[in-house]
Design a protein around this ligand. Structure first.
Ligand SMILES: *[C@@H]1O[C@H](CO)[C@@H](O)[C@H](O)[C@H]1NC(C)=O
Ligand SMILES: *[C@@H]1O[C@H](CO)[C@@H](O)[C@H](O)[C@H]1NC(C)=O
Ligand SMILES: *[C@@H]1O[C@H](CO)[C@@H](O)[C@H](O)[C@H]1NC(C)=O
Ligand SMILES: *[C@@H]1O[C@H](CO)[C@@H](O)[C@H](O)[C@H]1NC(C)=O
Ligand SMILES: *[C@@H]1O[C@H](CO)[C@@H](O)[C@H](O)[C@H]1NC(C)=O
Ligand SMILES: *[C@@H]1O[C@H](CO)[C@@H](O)[C@H](O)[C@H]1NC(C)=O
Ligand SMILES: CC(=O)N[C@H]1CO[C@H](CO)[C@@H](O)[C@@H]1O
Length: 451
């Protein structure tokens, strides 16, 4: 082999990667055979060298790692040191701060002490001044007590005078007490006189009581006499003798006690012209829807609205001929009357029938004869009429109802003067049998015929 080629290959091997050189050389067959052995040797050497290099690198790396580790530890230690130092610095700073505060407080206290001291000094000065004042006051007191001593002497003299004054007062008081005693005696005497007066009063009272009881006795006797005289009247009446056949004659307009044959005494209004009022409607203040007993005995208010009672009418009209006068009034103020010359009522046994009315005269017209003559009296609880219904219950009040009829003076009082289907106060012949009319004034009166 040409030595130059060997040199060139070696140069290439040295200058380039051995493996590349190996490939390059292998490509040229002729040369390869020559350098193969040498190249293999080189390759072996190179591989050994590579191995030792590897070892060297690894060792180096290990050393570096150790180094880094130790550096890290150093850094950590330093960090810790720094930290500790920081803490120390902080602690020191705090200490300095607290010392500053203490120093400040101390200086404040010192300032305070200074101020207090100056105040104490002021007080001391004041005390000193006070002491001076006290001393001067003490002197003044001493002077005053001297004065007082002098005054004490004067006071003793005054006391003496006062005692003599009190003595005088005592004397006056004693004489006053004597006077009081005298007054007391007088008072007692007066009391004795009073007691005497009271006794006299009691005596008088007793006498009055006695007189009163005598009065009562008198009254009782009077009552007895009254009863007796009433009984006597009744007896006489029962014997058929007329006590006063004409009770309203010659008396003024007022309510009188009436005594008539066959009737016990009763009260009735006289109209001042001989008429006795037996029924009156003026204001609707009295309810006329009454039962049989009430129509029999009478009801209402003799100075206002009332009905005298059927039993009385029966007894009066049976005792002799009587006139009946009916006065009527409408809500418009117009008035009319109708008079009958022979009014007579039957007994309760026959239901108080309208036995007679006689001859009618007057402007109101006759609303009795045609339908009511000989009819029995009917009330809400006693249906004696000729109607299928109870007329008293249907029209109101009580009357000598037939198939009800043309008149009903005890009907419902309507202040407005308007009635409904005969339920008001009606007297047909006077208001043209218009039963929407309801009268607002009625007065029924009787008197003995030969007046
Ligand atoms: C006045 O009288 C009373 C008793 O009457 C007596 O106790 C008192 O000492 C008397 N005073 C004088 C000042 O006489
Ligand atoms: C009066 O008459 C009544 C009944 O008529 C009778 O009860 C009474 O006892 C009589 N009184 C005297 C005192 O007669
Ligand atoms: C009627 O009254 C007059 C006067 O008040 C009186 O003089 C006369 O006697 C009376 N007549 C009767 C019957 O009572
Ligand atoms: C009594 O009534 C009659 C009849 O209505 C009448 O003429 C007379 O004036 C009345 N008397 C009095 C005092 O009112
Ligand atoms: C009638 O009416 C009066 C008064 O309301 C009552 O006291 C009496 O018991 C009545 N009589 C009858 C029989 O209903
Ligand atoms: C009776 O009627 C009159 C006249 O309406 C009235 O002034 C009086 O108060 C009535 N009295 C009684 C007790 O209702
Ligand atoms: C292909 C290649 O490089 N061939 C070479 C091989 O070696 C001989 C001798 O040195 C050269 O003449 C060729 O050119």
């Amino acid at each position: 082999m040409d030595p130059r080629v060997i040199v060139a290959v070696l140069s290439v091997l040295v200058l380039t990667d051995l493996t590349v050189a190996y490939e390059v050389i292998k490509g040229n067959g002729s040369c390869f055979e020559v350098v193969k052995t040498m190249l293999d040797h080189f390759m072996e050497l190179k591989s050994d060298a590579d191995k030792s290099n590897e070892l060297k690198y690894q060792t180096e790396l290990q050393i570096k790692d150790e180094l880094i580790k130790s550096k890290d530890e150093q850094i950590k230690a330093l960090k810790d040191l720094n930290k500790r130092n920081d803490e120390q610095i902080k602690a020191l700073t705090d200490l300095i701060k607290s010392n500053d505060a203490r120093i400040r407080a101390q200086s404040e206290i010192e300032e305070l002490i200074r101020i207090k001291n100056s105040e104490i000094e002021k007080k001391n000065n004041e005390i000193e001044r006070k002491e001076t004042l006290i001393n001067s006051l003490k002197n003044q007191i001493n002077e005053k007590s001297e004065d007082l001593k002098k005054a004490g002497k004067e006071k003793d003299e005054f006391n003496k005078k006062l005692l003599s004054c009190l003595d005088n007062i005592n004397k006056t008081k004693n004489s006053l007490m004597e006077k009081e005693k005298e007054i007391q005696e007088k008072k007692e005497e007066i009391k004795r006189k009073d007691d005497l007066l009271n006794e006299k009063d009691a005596e008088i009272q007793e006498k009055i009581e006695q007189a009163k009881s005598k009065d009562f006795q008198n009254k009782d006797l009077t009552n007895q006499i009254n009863v007796l005289s009433q009984n006597l009247t009744i007896t006489i009446e029962k014997l058929g003798k007329s006590v006063d056949p004409n009770p309203c004659k010659n008396v003024s307009k007022d309510i009188y006690q009436i005594r008539l044959p066959g009737v016990s005494a009763f009260e009735a209004p006289c109209n001042g012209s001989g008429w006795m009022v037996i029924q009156r409607r003026i204001d609707g203040s009295v309810d006329f829807n009454r039962n049989w007993t009430e129509y029999r005995d009478g009801f209402g208010n003799l100075t206002g609205e009332f009905f005298i009672g059927l039993e009385k009418l029966h007894l009066i009209t049976q005792s002799g001929q009587h006139e009946l006068l009916i006065r009527l009034g409408k809500v418009d103020g117009s008035t009319a009357f109708e008079k009958y010359d022979n009014f007579r009522i039957g007994s309760e046994k026959d239901s108080y029938p309208l036995e007679s009315v006689g001859i009618p005269t007057g402007g109101a017209g006759d609303s009795l004869t045609k339908h009511h003559l000989n009819m029995k009296f009917s009330t809400i609880d006693r249906d004696n009429d000729e109607d299928a219904f109870n007329c008293a219950r249907r029209l109101g009040g009580g009357w000598w109802f037939n198939i009800c009829g043309h008149s009903s003076l005890n009907g419902r009082f309507n202040k407005d003067g308007k009635g409904k289907s005969k339920n008001g106060i009606i007297w047909g012949s006077w208001h043209r049998y218009d039963y929407t009319v309801s009268l607002t004034f009625v007065e029924m009166m009787i008197r003995p015929k030969p007046f």
